[in-house]
Design a protein around this ligand. Structure first.
Ligand SMILES: Nc1nc2c(ncn2[C@@H]2O[C@H](COP(=O)(O)OP(=O)(O)OP(=O)(O)O)[C@@H](O)[C@H]2O)c(=O)[nH]1
Ligand SMILES: [Mg+2]
Ligand SMILES: [Zn+2]
Length: 333
């Protein structure tokens, strides 16, 4: 019996987004498509950004926190296909157990770009979440029509990381106090490359997509707020600033209102960081966007390992929460 006869609609492989008729190895890219991808509500995120922007650390910590969040709601996070092995080897053991930083993600010509997939129940809906991590090195030199990055035209959420440590004004204040990445590419340039690739890969009638612009390593900026330097001090130390609190830590906070407030605060902050380009690039690409601020580690790490205080993430679930809310909103019409 064909899978279509068994009730699977013709769907796309979560790795190459070419049509597949059922679970098992994809005829185009060979990725082993798990059945959950075809039976559950799909939610897909592509995490993009220049080298050392913080993509892999964010994914590792976010998924660990998401598992805790689901547990608090008596729900389980279940890895699908080969995800358990890949997540354990590349993220859980080095980062969460050995407390080391992660090596650079290998570029696509050394290791295929494959999504990580998990299934879970949320608000009564059975989801299959796909998250694709790739090397900053690839994004920095991305050709818009590179087939290996076809997924950029199909995922629900394009997450693009902006590292505040690369902003000249921020560097000027913190130089000497923190390790400034010197070799990696410009985040706004990478964001524009990613949006170009997205436009080239999209097909007529493709999915509605959303761009999540994430200021990573937000602990760095919070630290600026503690220094008595204008204008950072006044930006961060306003009473009630959403930038200073994590809604997951408190009960009874209206998370949507909080997200909107944070977005507005970050628009102001980005302007100070020369980030008018972010708005311009998103407008030019014709994709709705929202701003986020995240610190996966919570503080500046040591040379090789996370800081001795451990991992105390800040707003690390915001992007996922917004993605879920968007999908649930669409489903409920
Ligand atoms: N202060 C601070 N530093 C962070 C945080 N997250 C990551 N970093 C630093 O950024 C470095 C790079 O993080 P990764 O997640 O490996 O970067 P990536 O974007 O995956 O890099 P590629 O794989 O090369 O594309 C880490 O080794 C840390 O030094 C954070 O939340 N706060
Ligand atoms: Mg990486
Ligand atoms: Zn495929």
């Amino acid at each position: 019996m064909s899978y279509q006869a068994a009730g699977y609609a013709m769907q796309a492989c979560p790795s190459c987004y070419q049509p597949v008729g059922g679970p098992g190895p994809c005829g185009r890219c060979g990725f082993d498509v798990p059945v959950e991808w075809l039976t559950n509500v799909q939610l897909s995120l592509a995490v993009t950004g220049a080298r050392t922007a913080g993509k892999s650390v964010l994914i590792g910590v976010m998924m660990d926190q998401f598992e805790c969040y689901l547990k608090s709601r008596q729900q389980l996070l279940t890895a699908a296909g080969t995800t358990e092995r890949r997540f354990t080897e590349r993220y859980r053991v080095p980062l969460l157990q050995q407390r080391n930083l992660l090596g650079a993600t290998p570029p696509a010509d050394q290791q295929p770009v494959e999504p990580l997939l998990w299934s879970f129940n949320h608000d009564g809906i059975r989801f299959c979440l796909s998250i694709t991590d790739a090397a900053g090195e690839d994004f920095e030199r991305l050709a818009p029509n590179d087939e290996r990055f076809r997924y950029l035209g199909f995922v629900d959420f394009i997450v693009t990381l902006v590292d505040p440590l690369k902003v000249a004004d921020v560097q000027a204040v913190l130089d000497g106090a923190v390790t400034i990445p010197r070799q990696s590419g410009d985040d706004i340039h990478v964001m524009r490359q990613v949006l170009r690739a997205r436009a080239a890969q999209r097909v007529e009638g493709g999915p509605e997509q959303l761009l999540a612009v994430v200021l990573s390593k937000f602990d760095v900026l919070q630290r600026l707020g503690k220094l008595r330097t204008a204008p950072w001090q006044s930006i961060f130390n306003r009473p009630g600033a959403a930038m200073q609190r994590d809604p997951w830590m408190g009960e009874g906070i209206d998370v949507d209102a909080d997200g909107r407030l944070l977005h507005e605060e970050l628009v102001g902050l980005l302007e100070r960081m020369g980030g008018g380009l972010v708005e311009a690039a998103a407008m030019e690409a014709g994709i709705p966007h929202r701003l986020f601020a995240v610190s996966a580690l919570g503080s500046e790490p040591d040379a090789q390992s996370v800081s001795s205080g451990g991992i105390i993430p800040f707003r690390v679930l915001d992007v996922l929460r917004a993605a879920l809310a968007m999908k649930e909103g669409r489903l409920r019409g």
